[in-house]
Write a new protein. Structure first.
Length: 215
């Protein structure tokens, strides 16, 4: 059950656009600065700039194209970025080409090492699963049930896209988010880490959580 603190008629959900990059990319980054610094093999400020530039481009895993924006009184309050499993694979392939235009060539070897390490930790996503990469609420709107509202709306979207379950990864260092997902019916499937990941992200490791959708 969603404990919504605001009147539903004040809320709306829309598709993100490239013009949301001025706030949306920073919000996504704030949920896992260590993770993005790890993926992009650079310091936090550099990683934030890369994510901001990537977010405004279409067709890849970090794009506005796969992002829903929750608004309160027509002003952004939060977002959710996600896609079906078959879309996820294509979107991750496309981001490699985009990164070639954003990230210096000298950094590529470090990125490849980090991505190889990450691939040993993250679990695969089936074609009929909807993967949530990020769900974030702006600080002033937190603890008002908006994250739950976004997750519930995504369940309807996932069903429309033919998915029969949702899945996501949450870091060991974010027990608050893990508790939210548990309340929303997500179950812990597995937990994995590596020494490199733990040392370079300060995130501990990744919990894979999953929710089966009722028809």
């Amino acid at each position: 059950m969603i404990n919504l603190q605001l009147s539903p008629d004040r809320l709306s959900i829309r598709a993100a656009s490239e013009t949301d990059d001025d706030w949306a990319a920073d919000l996504i980054f704030s949920a896992g600065p260590g993770l993005f610094s790890y993926v992009f093999a650079t310091k936090p400020e550099g990683a934030k700039g890369i994510l901001r530039e990537a977010f405004s481009s279409p067709g890849h895993a970090f794009s506005y194209e796969y992002t829903s924006v929750l608004e309160v009184d027509d002003r952004p309050a939060g977002l959710l970025l996600g896609y079906p499993g078959h879309t996820k694979r294509k979107a991750e392939e496309h981001i490699q080409g985009l990164m070639a235009h954003i990230i210096p060539l000298s950094r590529v070897p470090r990125i490849l090492v980090n991505l190889a390490d990450l691939s040993r930790i993250k679990q695969d996503v089936e074609n009929d699963s909807f993967y949530i990469l990020s769900v974030c609420i702006l600080p002033k709107f937190q603890s008002q049930g908006l994250g739950s509202a976004l997750l519930r709306d995504t369940e309807y979207l996932a069903r429309q896209l033919g998915c029969d379950r949702l899945c996501l990864d949450v870091t060991y260092s974010n027990p608050r988010a893990k508790a939210l997902f548990s309340r929303m019916g997500y179950e812990l499937m597995c937990s994995k880490t590596s020494h490199r990941f733990e040392q370079m992200t300060d995130s501990g490791g990744l919990h894979r959580m999953e929710k089966v959708l009722k028809r």
